[in-house]
Ligand binder design. Structure first.
Ligand code: ADP
Ligand code: C5P
Ligand code: MG
Length: 201
C-alpha cells in the first residue's frame, strides 16, 4: 500500500493555518489534522491527560510529543483518506524527534507550508497575528489562550522553539514560504498555486 501523503502547515499563532487548511480541504480533498484541535479535543474528554494538556495550552508551552504524535497517528489510522494536512506540528525539537522516530517512515512527507507572519518587518513592529488571535478571542472563540498574556507566551515559544524547526526544514529543502500578512484571498491564491505546482491538486 502506498504511504499517505503529508503536508505540514506551520506559522505563528494567528497566521491563518486553520483558515488556509480549510480551503485546502475543500479544494484538494485533504484531511485536516490540527495538533492544537486534537489536543483540545483530548482535554475536553476529561481523560487523565486533560489537566496536563490544559496547563500546557494556557502557558503556550508544547505538550510532550508522545501525547501529540499519538493523537495524530490515531486520527490518521481512523481516516481512509490518503492525503493529510498536519497543522501546528512539529512545533519544537521534541515534536520533530518524536515524529521522526515513530512516523517518518510510515508517510510520504512532501513539504512544509510555512505561513509567514513576521512580528517585525524592517524594524517595524507588526502585531498582525496577535491581533487576529485577540479578535478571535473577543468574538467568543472559546479558547483559553486567545488572551494577551497567553499570546505573549505562545509567541515566545514560536520564536524560541518553532523557528529552529523551520530552519531545519529549510536546510532540507522542505520549506515553502508564503506571506500570510495579506488578506485571506491573496494568501489563498499563492497556496492554491503551490499545491498545483506540487501536483497535489
Ligand atoms: P491559526 O490556525 O494559524 O492560529 P486561524 O486560521 O485560526 O489561524 O486564524 C486566526 C484568526 O484570524 C481567525 O479569526 C481567522 O478568521 C482570522 N484570519 C485568518 N487568516 C486571515 C487573514 N489572512 N487576514 C485576516 N484575518 C485572518
Ligand atoms: O495551533 P494552536 O494555536 O491551536 O495550538 C494551541 C496550543 O496547543 C499551543 O499553544 C500549544 O500549547 C498546544 N500545542 C502543542 N503542540 C503542538 C501544537 C499545539 O503543545 N504540536
Ligand atoms: Mg489553528
Amino acid at each position: 500500500m502506498a504511504k499517505p501523503t503529508v503536508v505540514f502547515v506551520l506559522g505563528p499563532p494567528g497566521a491563518g493555518k486553520g483558515t488556509q487548511s480549510s480551503n485546502i480541504v475543500k479544494n484538494f480533498n485533504f484531511t485536516h489534522l490540527s495538533a492544537g484541535d486534537l489536543l483540545r479535543a483530548e482535554r475536553n474528554t476529561g481523560s487523565d491527560l486533560a489537566d496536563l494538556i490544559n496547563g500546557y495550552i494556557k502557558e503556550g508551552k508544547i505538550v510532550p510529543v508522545k501525547i501529540t504524535c499519538g493523537l495524530i497517528e490515531k486520527a490518521m489510522q481512523e481516516d481512509p483518506n490518503s492525503k493529510f494536512l498536519i497543522d501546528g506540528f512539529p512545533r519544537n525539537k521534541d515534536n520533530l524527534d518524536g515524529w521522526n522516530e515513530v512516523m517518518a517512515d510510515k508517510v510520504d512527507a512532501r513539504f512544509v507550508l510555512f505561513l509567514d507572519c513576521p512580528a517585525e518587518v524592517s524594524g517595524r513592529l507588526l502585531l498582525v497575528s496577535t491581533e487576529r488571535c485577540l479578535s478571535r478571542g473577543a468574538a467568543g472563540g472559546g479558547r483559553v489562550d486567545d488572551n494577551l498574556e497567553s499570546l505573549q507566551k505562545r509567541h515566545a515559544t514560536y520564536e524560541n522553539e518553532t523557528k529552529p524547526v523551520l530552519d531545519e526544514f529549510l536546510k532540507q529543502g522542505m520549506l515553502r514560504k508564503i506571506d500570510a500578512t495579506r488578506d485571506v484571498d491573496a494568501v489563498w491564491t499563492d497556496v492554491d498555486a503551490l499545491f498545483r505546482e506540487e501536483n497535489l491538486a
